[in-house]
Design a protein. Structure first.
Length: 189
């Protein structure tokens, strides 16, 4: 499973296509649309663009829809990360979940996810008023959790280095993939 992830966001508009075209193949993409059923066509176009660029792609939403749209897996919101219809349908299907607390991480682990995105670690434009975890709390919450935990929320190449001693599995971001600094880092990899 990739260790770095790009999460699409409606705020990006057409810039999303530029980001997708410039991502290295070791970066995964989580396609997020406001309503996966209503915005099915956009989700399908984003998934196809990821395929064209050789990227691992998950659909944020139910497992059944991710299968239908031929994504490599599904990313579940915290409330959907429970047993039942959102189980992994086959071994090769990636399943990740959002988590904002230790109980949510434990529920995700019980579901058997490949990874849980714990957030928000740092201040972020997508959730400007959210209380952040910070590195220390992030490390404490993920301690002993039997699934890979990825950092999300205000993470970029610089802040990811601050988390390195805590050994997160990886990280995900939206805005970090837009910066000139990161574009240079991508090209050098």
């Amino acid at each position: 499973m990739p260790r770095r992830w790009f999460l699409t966001d409606a705020r990006l508009g057409d810039r999303v296509w530029t980001v997708l075209a410039g991502l290295p193949q070791d970066v995964g993409v989580i396609v997020r649309v406001k309503d996966p059923k209503r915005d099915r066509r956009l989700a399908l176009h984003l998934i196809r663009a990821c395929r064209k660029h050789g990227l691992t792609v998950l659909l944020a939403g139910p497992v059944a829809l991710a299968l239908e749209l031929k994504a490599d897996g599904a990313h579940l919101p915290e409330a959907q990360a429970r047993r039942g219809s959102n189980r992994r349908p086959r071994k090769q299907f990636y399943l990740t979940a959002a988590a904002h607390s230790r109980p949510a991480l434990i529920r995700a682990a019980r579901l058997g996810v490949n990874g849980a995105f714990l957030s928000p670690v740092f201040p972020t434009r997508s959730h400007p008023n959210a209380r952040t975890l910070g590195p220390l709390r992030f490390g404490l919450l993920k301690q002993g959790v039997p699934v890979p935990v990825l950092a999300l929320g205000g993470v970029d190449e610089v802040s990811a280095k601050r988390l390195a001693p805590l050994r997160p599995y990886g990280w995900g971001a939206i805005d970090a993939w837009l910066t000139n600094t990161f574009t240079k880092i991508i090209r050098s990899n």
